[in-house]
Design a protein around this ligand. Structure first.
Ligand code: NI
Length: 143
């Protein structure tokens, strides 16, 4: 079995703000990430899939994975304001944890369209928000 990881990049902006909390509490919780007009990140997303080698000596068809990630992640999220432009963040704070969950959910929901066979399976999604902040979620832990 192999685990294959491909890395993608997109830029987006967000603001960490929880509508149920007071402005003061938001400021305490999120600090400068709560600034009203938001801020941007150059996100790095790693998508890992795993499976056995097929007859062509590969475990994951990278072109199919790229097509899926482009359609489900890079196009809807790239150069967007995550709070305003992505429906799933209308009521969910777009932390990188929640972003990882959302990306993983989208890939999982559409996985069988891209990979109709038994293999490969989606394994995990990892997001680097900055060089020091990295968030990882396993696909089987997402509903
Ligand atoms: Ni941020």
């Amino acid at each position: 079995m192999f685990r294959v990881t491909r890395r993608y990049r997109f830029a987006a902006s967000h603001r960490l703000h929880c509508a149920q909390l007071s402005d003061e509490r938001n400021q305490q919780l999120y600090g400068k990430c709560n600034n009203p007009y938001g801020h941007g990140h150059n996100y790095e997303v790693e998508v890992s899939a795993w499976g056995p080698l097929n007859a062509s000596g590969r475990a994951v068809d990278a072109e199919r994975l790229d097509e899926l990630v482009n359609r489900q992640v890079l196009e809807p999220f790239g150069h967007r304001n995550l709070n305003a432009d992505v429906k799933s963040f209308e009521h969910v704070v777009p932390t990188s944890e929640n972003l990882a969950v959302e990306i993983c959910r989208r890939l999982k929901e559409n996985w069988s369209g891209a990979f109709p066979g038994e293999w490969p399976k989606l394994d995990r999604v990892r997001i680097a928000e900055t060089a020091r902040n990295i968030f990882e979620v396993k696909a089987h832990e997402i509903e």
